[in-house]
Ligand binder design. Structure first.
Ligand code: ATP
Ligand code: MG
Length: 267
C-alpha cells in the first residue's frame, strides 16, 4: 500500500470581492497516494484552479486542512513552503506564467538556480527538457516569439526542472494540437510509471483524462464523482475485460484485443 502524500480535509475556500463572498471550494475531502496519476475535470468556475493553487501552497484555504507528506502546511513558514514548492513540486500554470524577458531555456533553468551549481549543467538540463517536449531549436526564443502551444510546452519543461516528486498541472494540454497533446500525456504517464511521480492534472479533455489512473469530477467546489482510468489498468497489468495480463505499453489487450480504456463510462 502506498502512503498518502496529500490529504485534504474539509477544505473550503472563498474569495472576497468587495462586499460579495464568492465560494470556490466547499467542504472538500481528497486523499492522493504516492505515485498516483489523478485527473480533475469539471465545468469552468467549478474550482479546479483554486484547488490546485491550494494544494501547491500558492493560495491558503479559508477553512480546513491540507497535509503534504503528513505535514499540515498551515504550520509551515513561508520560506519552508518556498523550499517545498521549489524542491518537490512542478507547477504548470493555466496561464503559463513564463518570464517575458527570459528566453525559453532561461525560463526552464530558473528553478534550478540554488539546486544545480554549475551553469553549464543547468543549461544542458534545460536544453534536454526542451528537447523532451519537442522544442529543440526554440531555446533562444522569448515567450512572445513562441506560439501558445510552444509556451505551454516550455512551462511543462520548467515544471520538470528539479525532478519533482509531485506535478500539479493546470490544463497542460489545453493549447496543444492532437499530436503534441498525445506526446505530453505519454511523457507524464511515463514519468508516473517509471519515476513514481505523483501527478494531479486538471483537464477539460476526456481523452487526456482517460489516460490517468483516477478521474475526479468537480462541481460547485465539490468532488461529485470518481471514475477509474486507463492508467490504473496499466499499473495493475490486468485487462479490465478478460483479466489476462497486459504490459504497461499495450494500447490493446493482447488476448481479447479490446482497447484498454476506462472500465466505466466517463461522467
Ligand atoms: N482571485 C479571485 N477573486 C474572486 N473570485 C475568484 C478568484 N479566483 C477564482 N474566483 C472564483 O472562484 C470560482 C472558481 O474559480 P477557478 O478559477 O478555480 O475555476 P476553474 O474550475 O479553474 O475554471 P476554468 O475551467 O475556467 O479554469 C469561480 O467562481 C471564480 O470566479
Ligand atoms: Mg482554471
Amino acid at each position: 500500500m502506498s502512503k498518502p502524500v496529500l490529504q485534504i480535509e474539509k477544505l473550503s475556500k472563498s474569495y472576497e470581492l468587495g462586499k460579495r463572498t464568492v465560494p470556490a471550494l466547499s467542504n472538500l475531502d481528497l486523499t492522493v497516494n504516492a505515485g498516483e496519476f489523478v485527473a480533475i475535470m469539471g465545468p469552468s468556475g467549478s474550482g479546479k484552479t483554486t484547488l490546485l493553487n491550494v494544494i501547491g501552497c500558492i493560495d491558503k484555504p479559508t477553512s480546513g486542512r491540507v497535509l503534504l507528506d503528513g505535514i499540515d502546511v498551515a504550520t509551515l513558514a513561508e520560506n519552508q513552503l518556498y523550499k517545498i514548492r521549489r524542491d518537490k513540486m512542478g507547477f504548470v500554470f493555466q496561464t503559463f506564467n513564463l518570464l517575458p524577458y527570459l528566453n525559453a531555456r532561461e525560463n526552464v533553468e530558473l528553478p534550478m538556480e540554488g539546486r544545480i551549481k554549475s551553469k553549464s549543467d543547468r543549461k544542458k538540463k534545460a536544453s534536454d527538457l526542451l528537447a523532451m517536449v519537442g522544442l529543440s531549436g526554440r531555446e533562444s526564443h522569448r515567450p512572445q516569439r513562441l506560439s501558445a502551444g510552444e509556451q505551454q510546452r516550455v512551462a511543462i519543461a520548467r515544471a520538470l526542472a528539479n525532478d519533482p516528486a509531485y506535478i500539479l498541472a493546470d490544463e497542460p494540454t489545453g493549447n496543444l494540437d492532437s499530436e503534441n497533446k498525445q506526446g505530453i500525456i505519454k511523457l507524464l504517464a511515463n514519468l508516473n510509471l517509471t519515476q513514481g511521480t505523483t501527478i494531479i492534472m486538471v483537464t477539460h479533455d476526456t481523452q487526456a483524462a482517460r489516460n490517468t489512473e483516477r478521474m475526479l469530477l468537480l462541481k460547485d467546489g465539490k468532488i461529485v464523482k470518481e471514475v477509474q482510468g486507463l492508467h490504473a489498468n496499466k499499473k495493475n497489468q490486468k485487462c479490465p475485460y478478460c483479466n489476462n495480463n497486459i504490459q504497461s505499453t499495450d494500447e490493446k489487450c493482447p488476448t481479447c484485443k479490446k482497447s484498454i480504456y476506462a472500465t466505466e463510462e466517463l461522467f
